[in-house]
Each structure stands twice: as C-alpha cells, then as structure tokens.
Design a binder for this molecule. Structure first.
Ligand code: PLP
Length: 402
C-alpha cells in the first residue's frame, strides 16, 4: 500500500545523515564534553561545531548566542521566565491567543498562580494578529512579549520583526517561538530586533529531546536550570551530546535544503491543496494564505468530524492531524480555530497536512486520490448532510409537530 506521511509539523523523520553523524558519539566518542581529558575534548569540539551550525541556520552573529536545551517547550519557558526574573518590577506579559500550549499554559499558570497580568492578543478570521490590540497592550509595565513566528496549525507567519521593534521602543524583551519556522524559512538574527528565539530539533529532522534558545548578546538573562557550569552557566545539566550533534547536522542540512523547502515543498503543498479543494465541495483553507509556511495546509471539510476523517485516512496509510483537541472525551475544535472564529461545523472537520523535504509527488497523488471519497463517504453519514448537500442544521434538528 502506498503511504503518505503528512504530519511533519508534529514531528519529522531523523535524516539518515543526521543519524550517521550522531552514532559515533554513543560509543567511540562517549566522553563528557565538560571533562578535561581527550575523551571529553572530542565530544566538546563536536558540540561546539553543532553550535556553529545552529548559529549559521539562524543567521546569528555569535555562536555564544545559542544555548542548547532539551526541547522547544524548555526554550519557551526559559525565555519567558528569564525575562520575568530579569525585570521583576514589570508584572505584565503579552502573548497571542493562538500560541502553542508550551507558551499558553505557562502564561495561564503565571496569571493564575503568580499574579501576572497577561494580554492575549486576538487574531482575525485569517489568523492575523490584531495589531491595534497589540499596540494598545505595550507599556513599560510589560516584561516580555512572546509571540510565535509561525503557527503550528495553519502555518500563518506573524510579522515578528515589526512586533519586536514595537516592543523594543518600550524597553520590552521580545521572544518568539520559532519551533515551526526554523529550517523552513530563512532567518537573519544579525539584523533582527528579536531578543530570544526558540527552536526544537525534532521539527527539522533531528531527534526528539533536543532544542535550542537563541539569546541575543547583551540580553539580561536568568537561567531556568541552575547547577553545573554547562552552556556558560546558562543551562545546567550534562548536555544531550548526541542529540545536539544531530541538531548541528540537521541545521547544516536545513540550510542546504532551504531553497527546496520554498520551491519544491511549496509546489507539492499547493498541488495537494488545489487537488483536494477542486474535488471536494464545501471545503476551504484556513490561515493567512499568502503568508504561510511553505509546508503547511489546514483544510476545513464542512459538516463532518475531523477524527473520523483521520481514522479513515489512516486506514489508507495517510498520516495527518486534526484541528481538535481531544480533551476529557469532548472533541472541541482547537483553540486556534476557535480564535479565528471558524464556524463550528467547519472547525470540527479540519485537517492539517504538513509536508517536508522528504515528501514526494507520489504521496501527494495518493492523498489527492484518497481524500475526496473519504469525505463523501462521511458526509453521507452526517446528520448535517442531505441528498443534495448540506441541510440547514436548525431545520434538521427542530422538532416536527404533525
Ligand atoms: N511550539 C510550537 C509552535 C510547536 O509546534 C511545538 C511542538 O509541536 C512546541 C512549541 C513544543 O516543542 P517540543 O515538542 O520540542 O517541546
């Protein structure tokens, strides 16, 4: 059976060249990079090479601006908590309503249990940040802005440079969760107003359990993990050496493949999107269409359930994600789709397809061939769907008195 892995925003396959680069550091070169002897020296040098590769991918000025962490979530938490600790007199935070839970849950916790005021900036129907609301929230009471570079569900790219410059004018630190952007779109931290940026290895063909935080030189910083002197005292704990070396190789490869990501991958994504939309009535794409990651499409299929679509897609070897959060047994549409005010009957049937440089034309052909009949099959079972298309939900469910 043909298969199609279309869930690269959830995680990517480790590139074989990444794995090959990592392997010797499990066995021959097993030393602790902090050790003074040659065993440590070997791994230490390779670790610094990896830092340089991440620096290049980010277009950063100095390799010392790269701090290795265990994941995107740790990088996000480090950035936000560091800013709050460094500016204790400032008790407000700005973020957006469509952040990943790595940021949102932390902000909600800080609001509820630590007494911070959090401004959650709303988005419009296309998922674009409401700039007037952002401008209103900026003040010298705010310690940190944390707004994502690109949204994981719709791929919508936010104007982070503009946002960072506006924050800078008020002396506010600017952090961006760039977990979905790094490796997919070119970055240039040298000429940027962003102070801190999070990334995660497993979204760019490195292994899970390794990430990094970019920290602009001169930015006030307080460590999240205190202990040993690793990472120049900014993140204690023996480094995940193999993971970091894998991330270094993945960064090198991401830079090599960047042009393809924005031509080949984009072409495949656009073909997939057009192929589905032209065959499936009552379907549409979510997000700020001209300003999206090249690999992501979020498609709403009205009048059916995303979970059922995923199940049937999975039966024919297609892996994708739905726009629902299956929490406590209820299939609520995701916070991102709700924030964008996508109608209930469409938000429920939303599927995210996310490609990578490993995606092929054959995979796209398979998805285009398999998806429309699945949607048609589910609609035949839907209470919102009649013989001639959608039925007015109110009419369908209002009691009939004979
Ligand atoms: N931020 C965004 C936008 C993400 O998409 C993810 C993962 O899906 C994360 C943060 C969390 O990254 P990690 O799994 O490395 O903790």
């Amino acid at each position: 059976m043909t298969t199609a892995y279309m869930d690269n925003n959830a995680t990517t396959r480790v590139d074989p060249l990444v794995l090959e680069t990592m392997l010797p550091y499990f066995s021959e070169h097993f030393g602790n990079p902090s050790s003074m002897h040659s065993f440590g020296g070997d791994t230490g040098k390779r670790l610094e090479w990896a830092r340089g590769e991440v620096q290049k991918l980010l277009g950063a000025e100095h390799d010392s601006e790269v701090i290795f962490t265990s994941c995107g979530t740790e990088s996000d938490a480090t950035a936000i908590l560091s800013a709050l600790a460094a500016f204790p007199e400032r008790r407000e935070i700005i973020t957006s309503v469509v952040e990943h839970p790595a940021v949102l849950t932390l902000c909600e916790h800080l609001e509820r249990h630590e007494g911070y005021t959090v401004h959650y900036i709303p988005v419009d129907k296309e998922g674009r940040l409401q700039m007037d609301r952002y401008a209103e929230a900026l003040s010298d009471r705010v310690a940190v802005v944390s707004i994502m570079f690109a949204n994981n569900e719709t791929g919508t790219i936010f104007p982070v440079e503009t946002l960072a410059r506006m924050a800078k004018e008020k002396g506010i630190l600017f952090h961006t969760d760039a977990v979905q952007a790094v490796g997919k779109i070119p970055l240039n931290m040298r000429d940027s107003a962003i102070d801190m940026l999070s990334l995660s290895g497993h979204k760019l063909h490195a292994p899970k359990g390794v990430g990094a935080l970019y920290l602009r030189r001169g930015t006030r910083f307080r460590p999240f993990l205190r202990g040993g002197h690793q990472e120049r005292g900014r993140r204690a704990g023996t480094e995940n050496t193999t993971g970091i070396i894998g991330l270094g190789k993945a960064a090198e490869l991401a830079l090599e493949h960047m042009a393809w990501e924005n031509s080949g991958v984009r072409r495949l994504r656009d073909r997939l999107e057009a192929g589905i939309l032209e065959q499936v009535p009552y379907s549409f794409v979510n997000g700020d269409l001209p300003n999206r990651l090249p690999n992501t499409t979020s498609i709403s299929f009205e009048y059916i359930e995303g979970e059922a679509i995923l199940l049937l897609l999975s039966r024919v070897g297609i892996a994708a994600s739905s726009g629902s959060a299956c929490t406590s047994g209820s299939l609520e549409p995701s916070h991102v789709l709700r924030a964008m005010d996508i109608p209930y009957t469409a938000a429920h049937g939303t599927i995210r397809f996310s490609l990578s440089r490993e995606s092929t034309d054959a995979e796209v052909d398979w998805v285009i061939a398999q998806t429309p009949p699945i949607i048609a099959q589910l609609r035949r079972l839907s209470p919102y769907w009649g013989a001639n298309g959608p039925i007015d939900a109110e009419k369908a469910f209002s009691p009939v008195y004979a």
